[in-house]
Design a protein around this ligand. Structure first.
Ligand code: SF4
Length: 194
């Protein structure tokens, strides 16, 4: 995947303070459940999908948790520093909600710039096809370009499968984003380490 790795977006990536701020529920410093290896994870607040059986319904509220500020950004950058941290995962809530897109993009761009070799994974209830066509908010395609792996689609209780890795229901896909963008088709992520 390294060959197609997304490049950092040009421009400043400061975290804006004030009313534009996205809220977040949690930053996990050692997460071994959401993506391969040991990772740092950010759980953003706000989700419009309201999937029945959602594992995290308190995160539907965009006002849940606390505002994501510069201190939270600096904390993530610090936590990602050790070599044993393989990557950064963004979950929710809904990172691709139009209300969250701009700030999530600032965050992943800052991570990408600082640690170009650490993989960025993102979970969304939207489908890749809608994000790549910019049907959701104003920045979904641009944000996709900064992500290595996308786990997409809503959680569907009837398709729930506890045996699945990194996803809750079998309709959800684990997508190699750079390869998919390059080939204009869905390329599933392959775990080369298992
Ligand atoms: S997309 Fe995720 S966070 Fe949002 S309602 Fe569905 S399962 Fe819950």
């Amino acid at each position: 995947m390294e060959k197609n790795k997304p490049g950092p977006r040009k421009g400043p990536h400061t975290i804006t303070q004030g009313e534009k701020n996205m809220n977040y529920a949690e930053i996990k410093n050692v997460d071994v459940a959401n993506g391969p290896g040991v990772r740092v994870s950010l759980f953003v607040s706000g989700c419009p999908h309201h999937c029945p059986g959602c594992f995290n319904p308190e995160s539907w509220d965009f006002g849940f948790g606390k505002p994501f500020d510069q201190a939270a950004m600096d904390e993530i950058i610090q936590l990602l520093k050790p070599d044993y941290i393989k990557g950064f995962s963004v979950l929710g809530g809904e990172p691709f909600a139009p209300e969250n897109q701009e700030q999530v993009m600032d965050i992943v761009c800052r991570v990408r710039e600082t640690y170009p070799d650490k993989e960025i994974w993102c979970w969304t209830g939207y489908k890749y096809e809608d994000l790549v066509r910019d049907k959701v908010g104003n920045h979904s395609h641009e944000l996709l370009m900064q992500i290595d792996v996308l786990v997409d689609g809503p959680f569907i209780e009837a398709k729930k499968d506890l045996g699945l890795r990194f996803r809750g229901s079998s309709n959800q896909r684990i997508i190699n984003v750079p390869a998919s963008l390059l080939t204009h088709s869905i390329v599933q992520w392959e775990d080369r380490h298992s």
